[in-house]
Design a protein around this ligand. Structure first.
Ligand SMILES: [Zn+2]
Length: 188
């Protein structure tokens, strides 16, 4: 499979080594950076869709490998978690595809997986513009427990605007997390 990847600041898209949040954007988000497995196209897109519609361990494993390859060298993390999906989406699908990848990634990195976030609403972001997404995602998550001094790696399947991961980071930081990195299988 052929994948392409370009490391940028998730927020402003300027080139950034290893996907770290750039200096100007750090003022607007507690998210230290987002590691990207691949550009959302070709095989990476197929992999994301496979995860969304089939609960395949092989696909989750392949996605975790892709994510791991995008992680900055020497990334410091204590725990891996996943962006939660809404309760209605969970009922409909029976699983959270981000969690499948996060669990495989945790295993690969030798870190614990822990569900650290809950989701308060059932906003479906598809088709919303950037500003509406930003507004609707505010307050969408709550922390499951305090995280004093923990360095968290939060996994999602796809990155579009980064609003979701940024809001997760906000929630984790408010619960005491020392640092939060994001990681996604593919980025639009
Ligand atoms: Zn930036």
């Amino acid at each position: 499979m052929a994948f392409s990847r370009r490391n940028t600041c998730f927020r402003c898209n300027l080139a950034s080594p290893a996907g770290g949040t750039c200096g100007s954007c750090r003022a607007f988000t507690p998210l230290a950076g987002v590691a990207v497995g691949a550009h959302y196209a070709g095989s990476a897109k197929e992999l994301v869709l496979a995860l969304k519609f089939q609960r395949l361990r092989a696909a989750a494993r392949a996605a975790a490998l892709l994510v791991a390859q995008g992680l900055p060298e020497g990334l410091a993390a204590d725990v891996v978690t996943a962006v939660p999906i809404s309760a209605s989406r969970y009922r409909e699908r029976g699983y959270n595809q981000a969690e499948l990848v996060a669990r495989q990634l945790a295993h690969r990195l030798g870190l614990p997986y822990s569900a650290l976030l809950g989701r308060t609403n059932s906003v479906h972001q598809l088709g919303l513009d950037r500003q509406t997404r930003l507004e609707q995602i505010k307050g969408a998550f709550y922390p499951v427990r305090r995280l004093e001094g923990r360095r968290v790696l939060v996994v999602d399947d796809v990155l579009t605007t980064g609003a979701t991961l940024s809001e997760c980071a906000q929630t984790l930081a408010a619960a005491g997390a020392e640092s939060v990195w994001g990681a996604v299988v593919a980025k639009h």
